[in-house]
Every structure is written in structure tokens, then in C-alpha cells.
Design a protein around this ligand. Structure first.
Ligand SMILES: Cc1c2[nH]c(c1CCC(=O)O)Cc1[nH]c(c(CCC(=O)O)c1C)Cc1[nH]c(c(CCC(=O)O)c1C)Cc1[nH]c(c(C)c1CCC(=O)O)C2
Length: 354
């Protein structure tokens, strides 16, 4: 009995993203669907990561697992940022413990031109999974996501994970026209990927520009930001109604110096890693944005007292923002005790219940 739950489109997550009053601070975790859960490892056994992402039954079940276990306030679609490229026909494998590895890295203008385009018809499996999830989730919002053009470009150019991203930057400086064409194409494919998720019922979207923090603000602003903006604009294009008007989260790691620009791309929410406290982040992004973050994922590996103290600090500093979605500063580390995540959800709810 009691008051019926608000629909997902009016959930605390969506309201916090818009800066509206909430019943309590919503919580979810980047990489909540994944290797920290034994039930995930059991279900994934014997299926390659990128095959699992294209199987609507597995996507649905894996996406729901952390919602059932932790009572988080949102589900995030089980997928990967490289999936749109894979579906379009780029030869990429996700190597366990390594990350995405690209068979033929992009090294020339001709390579950019040879990149296959993503067609919406190739995303039927995604539409099916999202529709099923939205039906199963009821009042709990589903967050859709895509990788931002820059972060995808780093994998395509480096050929795999990288620390310095030196080849990427060298290509950006040496081949500005090819760089622009590459990021334009990646923006179109990210927008297509997001639109299928929104059209089938996702309540919010997040654009992951995980590695944007390796750039100076000047380079980010002139050579990357316009393409991330194009993704958000592409999601809205041609829509007069509300369907495409879901809240948009924009996130990267090490973006302390870029925070004033990250919101500019068209986000409602700026994701913040653990390096900048949320009260300071609120000053840097300026009014008009909510914040998401920013507990250090390593704190989940520490003792219980430290974890509680850090959660309280993040909650307090988050009050400086227009709205706060509690999250980690980056993804859940694989050896995290799932019970620590559940405890964080309970504590944030307890501390913020209105
Ligand atoms: C950079 C990036 C990638 N993928 C993603 C990003 C942006 C977020 C971030 O900054 O972490 C996004 C992503 N990847 C995955 C999700 C699913 C939803 C979630 O729970 O957050 C999301 C949102 C599943 C995944 N993506 C991956 C796994 C692990 C694969 C496995 O279980 O075998 C999962 C659950 C693999 C992956 N895919 C990628 C990396 C670096 C890795 C890790 C490699 C490893 O350590 O094994 C690329």
C-alpha cells in the first residue's frame, strides 16, 4: 500500500538531474553491472563480452542484477562503448583484464574514410533489450549510454588501451581534417546508438568521455567539445516533443581543469571523478547543472569506518550542487565486495531521506 511509486520519468534520478526536489539522493554506480558480482560471473561464463552485449536475454538479466541486489535508484544498460563500432563491422575484441583491442588501428585519412557507418537497423537487439528492461524495471529508470567521440577515437587510433594517448594526440595535431572527419563520424554513430535507447524507453543517458582529461582545456574546447555537443544535438534533432528530452549526463576522468567546459556540450549533469570535491566542482561548472559522483572507488576496498566517513563527506559536499546523483568517481573495481556497495546505497538513502 502507501503512495504509489512515481513513474521512471519522474523518479528521483531524473528529478535530481533536472535540479528538482527529491525524496532522497539517488544512487547508482558506474560499472555496477559487472565483475564485482558473482551472479554476473556465473551468467557470463563461456560467453565473450561483446557477444553478451548483443544477446537481449543476457543484457536484460545482467542489467537487472545490481538493481535487485543493491536497491540502486537506476539501472545502466549492460553494453560497452565500443559496441556501436563492433556492430557496424569494425574488428574489435574486449580482452579480459585488458580492454578493447582493435585489429586494424586507424593511422591515416584513408583509414578514417574506410570506417563503416552504423545503421539503426543493426540495433534491433538493442531496441528489444531496452524495451524488455523498461517493462521489467517499472518505476526504476534505465540509463542509456554511449562513448564520446574522443574516447572512442583513442581506442581506434592507439589500437587498444593507452596511458599517454600520444598517437591520438599526434593524429589530432598532424591531421586536423581527418581528425575532424573521424570525430564527426563517431558523433553520428553515438547519437544513433543513444537514440535507439531513448526511443525504446531509457529515462536518461550518459556520454562517457572517459579519457578527455588527458587534454588541455584549449584543445578540448576547440577539437573535441564540438563533437560531443553534436552527439547531444543529434539526439534532439528533429524532435519537437518530449521523447528525446531525457536528462543528459556527461562524464570523464581527470577533468578537473575541463569542468567549466564539460557541461557546455549540452549536459544537464556533470560527472565528477574523486579528485575535485563536489562543492568545488559546483563552483567550477557554474549554475544550471547537477553533479554526479564522486566517491573514490578505492574507498570501497577500505575499512567500514573510512567508507562511512567518505560517503558522509560526499553527501555533504554534494549539497552545494543544484542536484546531486550519488555515484563513484569512476567504475566499480572488480575486487569490490558487493556488500560494501549495498551499504553505500543504504547509507546515502538514510542520510538524505526528506
Ligand atoms: C572506457 C570504457 C569502456 N567501456 C565503458 C567505458 C567508459 C566507462 C569507464 O570509463 O570505465 C563503458 C561500460 N562498459 C561496461 C558498461 C556496462 C554498464 C555498467 O555497469 O556500467 C559500461 C557503461 C561493461 C563492461 N565493459 C568491460 C567489462 C569487463 C568485461 C568482462 O566482464 O569480461 C564490463 C562488465 C570491458 C571493458 N570495456 C572497456 C574497458 C576499459 C574495459 C575493461 C577491461 C577489463 O578490465 O577487463 C572500454
Amino acid at each position: 500500500m502507501g503512495i504509489p511509486a512515481a513513474p521512471a520519468a519522474d523518479s528521483d534520478l531524473v528529478r535530481a538531474a533536472r535540479g528538482l526536489p527529491v525524496s532522497r539522493t539517488p544512487v547508482w554506480f558506474m560499472r555496477q553491472a559487472g565483475r564485482s558480482l558473482p551472479e554476473y560471473r556465473a551468467l557470463r561464463a563461456g560467453t565473450a563480452m561483446l557477444a553478451a552485449c548483443q544477446d537481449p536475454d543476457l543484457v536484460t538479466e545482467i542489467t537487472l542484477q545490481p538493481v535487485r541486489r543493491h536497491g540502486v535508484d537506476a539501472a545502466i544498460l549492460f553494453s560497452d562503448i565500443v559496441l556501436p563500432l563492433v556492430v557496424a563491422g569494425v574488428d574489435i575484441e574486449i580482452k579480459p583484464g585488458v580492454g578493447p583491442v582493435v585489429a586494424q588501428p586507424i593511422r591515416s585519412v584513408a583509414d578514417v574514410d574506410a570506417l563503416p557507418a552504423l545503421e539503426p537497423e543493426q540495433l534491433e537487439f538493442l531496441a528489444t533489450a531496452v524495451r524488455r528492461l523498461v517493462a521489467e524495471l517499472g518505476a526504476t529508470p534505465l540509463i542509456g549510454f554511449a562513448g564520446a567521440p574522443f574516447t572512442l577515437a583513442t581506442y581506434l587510433i592507439e589500437g587498444g588501451p593507452s596511458k599517454e594517448h600520444a598517437r591520438t594526440k599526434a593524429f589530432m595535431y598532424a591531421e586536423p581534417a581527418a581528425w575532424q572527419r573521424l570525430l564527426e563520424r563517431l558523433a553520428v554513430s553515438a547519437a544513433t546508438f543513444l537514440r535507439v535507447q531513448v526511443d525504446n524507453g531509457a529515462s536518461a543517458v550518459q556520454l562517457f568521455d572517459s579519457w578527455a582529461g588527458v587534454l588541455s582545456a584549449a584543445d578540448y574546447g576547440s577539437r573535441v567539445l564540438p563533437h560531443s555537443r553534436a552527439v547531444f544535438d543529434g539526439l534532439r534533432a528533429g524532435r519537437a516533443g518530449d521523447e528525446a528530452d531525457v536528462p543528459k549526463v556527461h562524464f570523464g576522468v581527470g577533468t578537473g581543469e575541463l569542468l567549466p567546459l564539460i557541461g557546455d556540450a549540452g549536459a544537464d549533469v556533470v560527472g565528477v571523478d574523486w579528485r575535485v570535491p563536489l562543492d568545488e566542482a559546483a563552483r567550477r561548472v557554474g549554475p544550471g547543472y547537477s553533479l554526479q559522483g564522486n566517491l573514490d572507488p578505492a574507498v570501497l576496498l577500505a575499512d567500514r569506518e573510512t567508507l562511512e566517513r567518505e560517503v558522509r563527506r560526499v553527501v555533504e559536499q554534494g549539497r552545494a550542487a543544484r542536484g546531486h546523483i550519488f555515484n563513484l568517481g569512476h567504475g566499480v573495481l572488480p575486487d569490490t565486495d558487493p556488500d560494501a556497495l549495498t551499504r553505500v546505497v543504504e547509507l546515502v538513502h538514510e542520510l538524505t531521506a526528506r
